[in-house]
Design a protein around this ligand. Structure first.
Ligand SMILES: [Zn+2]
Ligand SMILES: [Zn+2]
Length: 348
């Protein structure tokens, strides 16, 4: 076993603090990564605080990991010592079901293994990227292309793929009118990516507070959803709406903004059921859909796309000791647009 420094929660209610955790010795197909940066995702907070179910403690969260390969197993062919790499939301899956074989590991029929707080296929509980090192099977390790800084690349591993996948799947590109609901960690990447794909991009945000940012990131238009005129004015005007907000919204109001054959896709996950009137769908053959991260091959495609277009996340880099403070700021939407932990600051 290897020992790694980490920053972890020991209960659902207390603050996170420094601890040491164990990592398995790298097997023949494993890659040992020296972690350099890890993004803070809202899911980390939900999991630490048991808002999505029971958690195992101590729990080191983090699934927006970038670093450098320190060691590889004998049978590893995809990565070499010194390579710049990343790890996202998954570290394993069954690799033999129809979805895994089709490159949709996020929909593994036997359940993918999450990067932290999941039972791995060897029975151990996974620990995430708020730590100095991680050991991951080579098939779940991504290549970070040259030209993408490891700090701004970290949030791409969750926020980037979560928004790239639906934009790609539903054909965002030239001639497509795309709206992004919410300009936060996910939304700001959705705007950058949809713009780089060539779509006409609008932001639908509660207020016009972040309008300058939205336009700078690539939006063509910016609207306040608190203004009832917005819904009247924009009726039937989008082909695709990506909703990144995890709060309860008026689905019928958002569906009314779709053109014929338009799709409203939720990547934000509200904790309570949402109601909708089916007549918001029927007359214009609209769809209401969901999307969750992306497969490993698609995640690599996203990283290559972002590198090619010079897209990194907008980040605020923090030392490990500021993680608890950062959580409070995430909860009050006081971040533009992603916190990234400088892992060099983990005590050792
Ligand atoms: Zn995430
Ligand atoms: Zn599978």
């Amino acid at each position: 076993m290897l020992t790694a420094n980490a920053f972890a929660a020991t209960s659902a209610t207390g603050p996170l603090g420094p601890i040491t955790i164990e990592r398995r010795d790298p097997g023949p197909h494993d890659v040992l990564i020296d972690i350099r940066y890890c993004g803070i995702c809202h899911s980390d907070i939900h999991t630490v605080r048991e808002e999505w179910g029971e958690s195992h403690y101590p729990l080191a969260p983090g699934h927006e990991i970038t670093g450098v390969v320190a060691q590889v197993g004998d049978a590893v062919t995809k990565h070499a010592v010194g390579d710049r790499v990343g790890v996202g939301c998954m570290v394993n899956s069954c690799r033999e079901c129809a979805n895994c074989l089709a490159g949709r590991e996020q929909h593994c029929l036997n359940g993918f293994v999450g990067t932290y707080g999941s039972v791995d296929r060897d029975g151990t509980i996974t620990q995430g990227g708020y730590s100095s090192q991680v050991v991951v099977n080579e098939n779940f390790v991504l290549r970070i292309p040259e030209g993408l800084g490891l700090d701004v690349a970290a949030p791409l591993l969750c926020a980037g793929i979560t928004t790239y996948s639906p934009l790609h799947h539903w054909g965002a590109g030239p001639g497509k009118r795309v709206a992004v609901v919410g300009l936060g960690g996910l939304g700001h990447m959705a705007v950058k990516i949809a713009h780089a794909m060539g779509a006409e991009v609008s932001v639908l945000s509660q207020s016009l507070k972040k309008m300058d940012d939205g336009l700078r990131l690539g939006a063509d238009a910016y609207y306040a959803t608190s203004d009832p005129d917005t819904f009247q004015k924009l009726a039937g005007s989008f082909d695709l709406i990506v909703n990144t907000v995890s709060a309860k919204v008026d689905l019928d109001a958002y569906l009314s903004l779709l053109a014929v054959d338009g799709t409203l896709v939720n990547v934000g996950a509200p904790g309570e059921p949402l109601a909708l009137n089916v007549f918001s769908l029927i007359p214009r053959r609209r769809s209401f859909a969901g999307s969750m991260i992306g497969g490993i091959a698609e995640t690599q495609q996203m990283l290559d796309f972002c590198a090619e277009h010079g897209l990194g996340a907008e980040i605020e880099t923090i030392p490990a000791e500021k993680i608890n403070e950062a959580y409070e700021r995430v909860l009050s939407s006081d971040v533009r647009y992603r916190f990234v932990i400088d892992i060099a600051t983990l005590a050792g």
